[in-house]
Ligand binder design. Structure first.
Ligand code: SP5
Ligand code: ZN
Length: 347
């Protein structure tokens, strides 16, 4: 297993996110990635490498030029509004819902923050672009390593990616690393790619990016969006559109579902991946399904993550694992590396 490590992840360090009318400390903290890196070191699971920078054009395979332009310049524009902003996070406060227009890009900075975001829980900070871009580099590099013959690659990066759409951030995510990896696999010769998203939260960004395509199968196991973030996408009746019909599979489970129910959904997902017969697999690896996770209400235990890795290995596909959510910082390393070790051991 090759690990592509984003050495600049800590440059994205949000201070606060909104929760029930208050600013609370951000859940996506640098310590999350540190926990995983430390556990990788302890277990000696393969090499840790630094990615090569990829051209911005690779990001435009997934994200719109105007969104990338905004994201790259957002921090300097924020500070230009008022030098005192340098010490504060930028948080969106206004959104173009439904009957409002999103085709015209406003001049006003706050208005553009809202145009390009989905929530107030995802602060943009001084190093957000640098950290997110380096994470995208990791994702494209991991995909490339698979095309060169690696059986497994792991992207260890923050911020996460699966909530980010073609032109918006949210859910702690800015650039969709899983989508970038899948697209690079295709651009580099794969005919079909499957993405399985096992984060507690539905991967709305990834789903929306590939919703009309049949060359990428997207499957997500997650908490019922009627009760849990991202709320407005992730229902079972979302099957894909046009040519993509039948290539999107949501397996929502009630918050509080048993581990047995979760593994039954994993089996359903794996059977569908088998029938799709892809050339490679991308795993959006969130471990906020853990019983001790502070955000979530599933009940997986650390040993269950070994079983997940084993089951994915039986698919016998070159596999890129992309780190997404998981907020029980102390156990995060063990849980993530258990998936990778389960995968390696079963190969
Ligand atoms: C990548 C990822 O896992 N993103 C998740 C984004 C969830 N954002 C909403 C968080 C709501 C905070 N709820 C706090 C519950 C404290 N008990
Ligand atoms: Zn999550």
């Amino acid at each position: 297993m090759l690990t592509f490590y984003n050495e600049l992840h800590a440059q994205h360090q949000g201070r606060h996110e909104f929760f029930r009318g208050e600013l609370v400390p951000c859940f996506d903290q640098p310590a999350r990635a540190d926990s995983v890196l430390a556990e990788l070191g302890r277990r000696g699971l393969g090499r840790i490498v630094t990615p090569h920078g990829v051209p911005l054009m690779s990001l435009e395979r997934i994200h719109t030029p105007r969104y990338l332009h905004f994201l790259r310049n957002a921090w300097s524009e924020w500070v230009a509004l008022d030098p005192a902003n340098a010490g504060k996070d930028a948080i969106p406060s206004v959104w173009p819902v439904r009957t409002l227009r999103s085709d015209i890009e406003p001049h006003n900075f706050a208005a553009r923050m809202g145009l390009y975001s989905m929530d107030s829980g995802t602060p943009l900070t001084a190093g957000t672009w640098t950290a997110a871009k380096t994470g995208a580099d990791c994702a494209v590099n991991a995909a490339h390593a698979l095309r060169l013959g690696e059986r497994g690659a792991f992207v260890l990066s923050r911020p996460p990616g699966h909530h980010a759409g073609a032109d918006f951030f949210g859910g702690y995510c800015f650039l969709n690393n899983a989508a970038l990896a899948a697209q690079h696999l295709l651009d580099d010769g794969a005919r079909k790619v499957a993405i399985i998203d096992i984060d507690y939260h539905h991967g709305n960004g990834t789903q929306s990016i590939f919703y009309q395509r049949s060359d990428v199968l997207f499957i997500s196991i997650h908490a019922d969006p009627r009760d849990e973030y991202p709320f407005y996408l992730g229902h079972a009746d979302e099957r894909g559109d046009g040519a993509g019909h039948g290539f999107n599979l949501n397996l929502p489970l009630a918050a509080g579902s048993s581990t047995q129910a979760w593994f039954t959904a994993l089996e359903t997902a794996c059977i569908r991946i088998g029938s799709f017969a892809p050339d490679a697999l991308v795993v959006s690896l969130g471990v906020d399904t853990f019983a001790g996770d502070p955000l979530s209400r599933f009940a997986l235990h650390s040993a269950d993550y070994l079983k997940i890795g084993e089951r994915l290995a039986w698919l016998n596909l070159p596999t890129a694992f992309i780190f997404e959510g998981g907020y029980a910082v102390k156990e995060l390393g063990v849980n993530v590396v258990n998936v990778l070790e389960g995968y390696e051991t079963a190969l």
